[in-house]
Design a protein around this ligand. Structure first.
Ligand code: THU
Length: 141
């Protein structure tokens, strides 16, 4: 794995946050993911008048990468213009776990040039991953 350009990922996440559609929460989020190919993909949150239809920036960034053919990722950066650095929500952690290894870095940054970093394994220990389905014994099926 090559050196991660955090500055470029932060800028890409910030640019994505500028496109956020968040008229209800007024909480814009932008995400950049670094794929194993070296390419960077971005997403913003897209809210809905039926609030449950909202899709987070993390899942939109990963979906954009998947449709481009990516399946493996090296890093994820969240940008929010908040003094409290925002980690991915629970549903997004599960989606991240589908494609990222437990030691992959997940970072959050803001407009004050602060960054906090975790591994995916710290954010979602004992994750349910595709491995469990691959090793399923199909008892009773
Ligand atoms: N949101 C994200 O996009 N990512 C997160 O990890 C946290 C929450 C969005 C969803 C909603 O549009 C707004 O932030 C407030 O919850």
């Amino acid at each position: 794995m090559s050196e991660i350009n955090w500055t470029a990922l932060q800028q890409a996440a910030k640019d994505a946050a500028a496109q956020a559609y968040a008229p209800y929460s007024k909480f814009p989020v932008g995400v950049a993911v670094l794929a194993a190919s070296g390419k960077v993909y971005t997403g913003c949150n897209v809210e809905n008048a039926s609030y449950g239809g909202t899709i987070c920036a993390e899942r939109n960034a990963i979906a954009a990468a998947v449709v481009a053919g990516e399946r493996k990722f090296e890093a994820l950066v969240v940008y929010t213009p908040q003094t409290m650095l925002t980690p991915p929500c629970g549903i997004c952690r599960q989606v991240i776990a589908e494609f990222f290894s437990p030691d992959a870095p997940v970072a959050s940054c803001n407009h004050m040039q602060q960054q906090q970093q975790w591994t995916l394994g710290e954010l979602l220990p004992a994750a349910f991953t595709p491995t469990y389905l691959a090793n399923s014994t199909k008892v009773g099926a």
